[in-house]
Design a binder for this molecule. Structure first.
Ligand code: HPA
Length: 275
C-alpha cells in the first residue's frame, strides 16, 4: 500500500544515505536502456533499490534498479534508474512510488523518460520525442483509492500535464546541442505484450504519436502532488499498421542504449538552463 506514511519511511532511509541532499533537486526517472544517461554525475551517491526497505524492486532487464543522487552542471539531481511497471504486477499506485518519493522529499519537478514505439509515420527509431500530452489507456489510475489531502486534490486537473515552460526550455536546449527533438502525444498501455496492427492503427487514429508502457500514470501522480513534469520518449522502434515489423525487447534496449548519449546531452543542457 502506498501512503504518505509508507513513503516517509522510504524517504528516511534515502536521506540517511545522502549527506548533501538538497530538496530543490530535479527528479529524473530513466526508462529502459537509458541508464547510461546518468553516468556523468558529480559527487554522486548510489543506492541500489535493494538497500531501501519498502521500495519495490524492479525485475526487468534494462532497468538497473538504483537511485543516484548527484550534481549535473552543478545542479542537484535525484535519479531513479529503473522503474516499476504495471506489467510486473504492481498496482498503478505502487508503480508511481518514485514520483511519490520525489514529492515527499520536496522536489518540485520531474523529468520522465521512457522507451516507446513510434506511431507517427514521420518519426523514426532513434528519434527523441518531447511529450506534449498523453492518453492513459491502461484502465488504471495511481489515484484510485483513498485520497491523501497532503498529496493533492481528489479530482486533480489534467489540462496541462506537461509543463509549458519546461517544454520551451527543452526545445531550445535541443537546438543548442543539435539533438532532433520531435513533439507528440504518448499513449500508455499496460503491456507487457506489444501491440497488434489493429491496435496500432487505433492508437494512431486516437491521436497518439508514440506508445509505451509507463509515464502517463507517473505524470498523473506528479501533477497530483504539484510537481512540474517534463516527458521525453526515446523512440526505439517504428510501428506502422500496414507493414508491422517484429519488435523484441532486446532490440528496444539496444536502440535505447544507442540514443542514450543524445538523451544525456539533452537532459544536461536542459538542467543547465534551469534556475
Ligand atoms: N509498444 C509499447 N511499448 C514499447 C514499444 C512499443 O512498440 N517500444 C518500446 N516500448
Amino acid at each position: 500500500m502506498t501512503s504518505p506514511e509508507s513513503i516517509s519511511i522510504i524517504n528516511r532511509h534515502i536521506l540517511e544515505k545522502i549527506d548533501n541532499f538538497q530538496p530543490h533537486a530535479t527528479g529524473i526517472i530513466l526508462g529502459s536502456g537509458l541508464g547510461e544517461a546518468i553516468t556523468r554525475l558529480e559527487d554522486s551517491t548510489e543506492i541500489p533499490y535493494s538497500d531501501i526497505s519498502g521500495l519495490p524492486q524492479s525485475t526487468v532487464k534494462g532497468h538497473s534498479g538504483r537511485i543516484v543522487y548527484g550534481f549535473m552542471q552543478e545542479k542537484p539531481v535525484l535519479v531513479f534508474s529503473g522503474r516499476f511497471h504495471l506489467y510486473e504486477g504492481y498496482t498503478a499506485a505502487e508503480a508511481c512510488t518514485p514520483v511519490r518519493v520525489m514529492g515527499g522529499l520536496g522536489l518540485k519537478r520531474v523529468f520522465i523518460t521512457n522507451a516507446a514505439g513510434a506511431l507517427n509515420p514521420q518519426f523514426d527509431a532513434g528519434d527523441l520525442m518531447l511529450i506534449t500530452d498523453h492518453i492513459n489507456f491502461t484502465g488504471h489510475s495511481p489515484l484510485t483509492g483513498p485520497n491523501y489531502e497532503e498529496w493533492g486534490l481528489r479530482f486533480p486537473d489534467m489540462s496541462r500535464v506537461y509543463c509549458d515552460e519546461l517544454r520551451s526550455i527543452a526545445l531550445e536546449a535541443a537546438k543548442s546541442v543539435s539533438v532532433r527533438l520531435e513533439r507528440g502525444v504518448y499513449v500508455q498501455v499496460s503491456g507487457p505484450n506489444l501491440e497488434t496492427p489493429a491496435e496500432t492503427r487505433m492508437f494512431r487514429t486516437l491521436g497518439a504519436d508514440a506508445v509505451g508502457m509507463s509515464t502517463a500514470i507517473e505524470a498523473i501522480a506528479a501533477v497530483h502532488m504539484g510537481l512540474k513534469v517534463m516527458g521525453i520518449a526515446c523512440l526505439t522502434n517504428k510501428n506502422l499498421p500496414d507493414c508491422m515489423a517484429e519488435t523484441t525487447h532486446e532490440a528496444v534496449i539496444e536502440q535505447a542504449a544507442k540514443s542514450s548519449a543524445a538523451m544525456s546531452a539533452l537532459i544536461r543542457e536542459i538542467i543547465s538552463r534551469l534556475d
